[in-house]
Design a protein around this ligand. Sequence first.
Ligand SMILES: Nc1ncnc2c1ncn2[C@@H]1O[C@H](COP(=O)(O)OP(=O)(O)OP(=O)(O)O)[C@@H](O)[C@H]1O
Ligand SMILES: [Mg+2]
Length: 357
Amino acid sequence: MIFDPEPKESRKDFFDREEEIDKIKSLSSPITLVLGLRRTGKSSVIHITLNELNLPYIYIDLRKFEEIGYISYKDLILEIQKEINRLIKRFPNIIDFLKRIEGVKVMGNEIRLKWGGNERVNISFLLESLNDWTENKAILTIDEAQELLNLRGANLLPTFAYSFDNLKKIKIILSGSKMGLLYRYLGKDNPRSPLYGRAMNEIELNPFNKEKSVEFLKLGFKELNIIFNDFDVVYENLGGIPGWLTYFGYYYSQKRDLNEALTKTINSAIGLIREEFNNFLKIRAIARDRYLTIMKTLVNCASWSEIKRALEASTGIEISDSEIYNYLNQLIDSSWIVKKDSRKYCPSEHLISKAFS
Ligand SMILES: Nc1ncnc2c1ncn2[C@@H]1O[C@H](COP(=O)(O)OP(=O)(O)OP(=O)(O)O)[C@@H](O)[C@H]1O
Ligand SMILES: [Mg+2]
């Protein structure tokens, strides 16, 4: 069902994005990046791809670590362990390849990975043994991979670079809703990064324009045999983020009341956005009020000097250009705002603007 609020697993429940899914499926580079604002459908296109490719895969979602603010090596290894044990159920002979690696313990039909001490498991070796084992290809997917910036006690970039250069059968798919952070993490353009200069298969999921948003709603309502015509009002209120349109369709189909469905969608969206912004502020507690002032100032877009004036007025002290530059860059890197051609700074989508008005 198109209006199911969960991430989708199959194209029959998914609208459009044919080209994007096919491009991910091509696995045309050892590393594929799936980029897009929150709730544009990244997890869905990844699940659909994995289901359609029918290759052995490991899928790790780092979203839950966003709230905690960091990921320990143990957390990461336990996630990988769970996924490898899921694979072993389907392909028991993987164990023969894994058991030779330091830090891998075989316990009957399962493995345990050692995450601490001096013989802790090395993820490069795990990938290498999957590469040796698999006949065709195997995929490592990390959803919300920019959270790896907060991985403590290990660095996965050398592993990615090793895999990129040497493990021909391993394909890596990384998704990111904080696109600037993901690029910064990977350092493709940074000569000091292990991944410097590597060409990646990049797919960006843009929000729907008005035409696509209407088409999306039409298809979803048609599937439910609901007659609906207020497309303009919905687009004006929600914009073109597929996730919000999905929530709207879901709420509307329950009570068939336009205003109630819009209010419910907007309220739950604003709740989520504020919670996520609080996570962003958690590790920036000292500048909390400044970030909030900036977001409030630019709900209808604002220029650099307007932002500077508002910040200085609220703090009662001169604020240097480099500080402002830093605040704006952090907001851009985490996809809260975008810099438009007009040189104005704007919220990256309509409901982010609403959440701060
Ligand atoms: N093209 C689409 N067709 C049908 N439903 C969609 C489409 N795109 C997104 N959705 C729906 O929107 C919601 C968000 O999608 P999904 O979780 O895949 O996006 P995401 O980019 O991974 O979001 P997040 O940033 O929250 O992780 C889900 O309910 C999903 O089913
Ligand atoms: Mg997701």
